[in-house]
Design a protein. Structure first.
Length: 397
């Protein structure tokens, strides 16, 4: 069985396919700030506060982590943004800063939210609504309320989601490259799978191939046999067994943008039941793709898949055997981003939105099949990043 070292050695034959990739640059980030400010003005927001994470990187280029010491950006509705960070972190934060912005520092004995409040007062924005990015921690909201007791603190979703949900051409190009890497890694790994292999051993092959091809490994979920009936797997020992399902759900990043592709196949001879379920899932994927039409609610895609599965005797709704999770999720810098292809989601589909399409069928105690490919909305409708496989016997063609 290939170990981590032998997997890496085996992947030496592969070459980097991302050398020409263009990372997001200052011009693109400047356009994002301008778009955010337009949305702030439309929503009557005076500013938006964002702490470390993908949203901070999206707008500023700053790659940082969350800790008890606050680093954040304050984007005003007009004018230059401000980065607030600890004094001793300022040189490091500045290294990845990709936009014109002032930097204000705080010392260990100071309250950083008072620094934020001071900036807002200086800009005469303290009396206007302050948007806070949705994943921000409570102490930020609490601190702002204490520093600015009369301030109205609101969700920044209309601004942050309003920008990030609509991908631009440079973003789509990076997502396509990440997809190409994952597909190439799959095609290299697939013929090397042998009876008796564990999920870790298969994952090591995928990881080694992904790195050699130029991607940063994000996840490799390998589910074997009955474990494939549970969308995120089982802790029970698993090995590749002839006649059983192999479900692989893998993704990588290229310059911060993600891929997410799932393939299910049978090692050896497939049963008639396995083939039937695989074909039903493949049809479910196509139904979801066909239902993803401009101007339609995102939730209508999920509805279309569930109607089909119910007609085939699954469910109904989220019941098993059937589809126990949403049909898809938004994707971009994060593997899961708003909005989702899920029942009740009323957001209208628009050009630039990107989604996974993964309407699996799961049969507890037996097996599951998941096929997942991502697509993006264009002016003429949905377009695949990766093309779904044509048959169970050719999962990577």
């Amino acid at each position: 069985m290939p170990g981590l070292v032998s997997a890496a050695s085996a992947a030496e034959e592969l070459t980097n396919i991302t050398g020409a990739a263009q990372p997001i640059g200052p011009e693109e980030r400047g356009q994002r700030i301008a778009r955010a400010q337009n949305l702030m003005q439309a929503s009557r927001m005076g500013s938006v506060v964002i702490e470390p994470g993908s949203a901070l990187t999206y707008f500023t280029g700053v790659e940082w982590w969350r800790s008890e010491r606050l680093t954040c950006v304050v984007i005003p509705a007009e004018g230059e943004p401000c980065i607030v960070t600890p004094f001793f972190e300022e040189p490091s934060v500045r290294e990845s800063l990709g936009i014109p912005a002032s930097i204000r520092v705080w010392q260990e004995d100071e309250d950083p939210l008072k620094i934020v409040a001071g900036f807002l007062k200086e800009r005469k924005l303290a009396a206007r609504s302050i948007g806070v990015e949705e994943t921000s921690r409570f102490f930020i909201v609490d601190g702002l309320q204490k520093a600015l007791p009369s301030a109205r603190i609101v969700s920044a979703n209309p601004v942050v989601r309003g920008c990030r949900m609509i991908k631009t051409a440079p973003e789509l190009a990076l997502m396509q490259l990440a997809t190409d890497v994952t597909l190439a890694a799959y095609r290299w790994t697939y013929p090397q799978i042998r009876a008796g292999m564990t999920p870790a051993e298969i994952g090591a092959l995928m990881a080694a191939a992904t790195r050699k091809l130029g991607g940063k490994v994000e996840f490799n979920l390998i589910l074997l046999g009955e474990a494939a009936a549970y969308p995120h797997g089982s802790g029970k020992p698993q090995t590749v067994v002839p006649g059983e399902v192999v479900l692989m759900d893998c993704g990588c990043t290229v310059h911060g943008y993600q891929s997410d592709i799932s393939r299910s196949f049978v090692f050896g001879e497939a049963s008639a039941h396995q083939r039937k379920v695989w074909d039903q899932v493949a049809r479910g994927q196509q139904i979801a793709f066909e239902a993803a039409q401009l101007g339609k609610p995102a939730g209508s895609v999920d509805d279309a898949v569930r109607r089909y599965y119910a007609s085939e005797g699954y469910g109904p709704d989220y019941k098993l055997p059937g589809l126990s999770h949403r049909t898809g999720h938004g994707i971009g810098m994060d593997g899961h981003e708003p909005v989702n292809l899920v029942r009740g989601e009323k957001t209208l589909l628009a050009p630039g939105m990107c989604f996974s399409n993964e309407p699996g069928i799961y049969i507890p105690g037996s097996f599951g099949i998941r096929l997942e490919d991502c697509f993006h909305m264009t002016a003429s409708g949905p377009k695949w990043f990766s093309t779904p496989p044509k048959s169970l016997d050719a999962p990577f063609e």
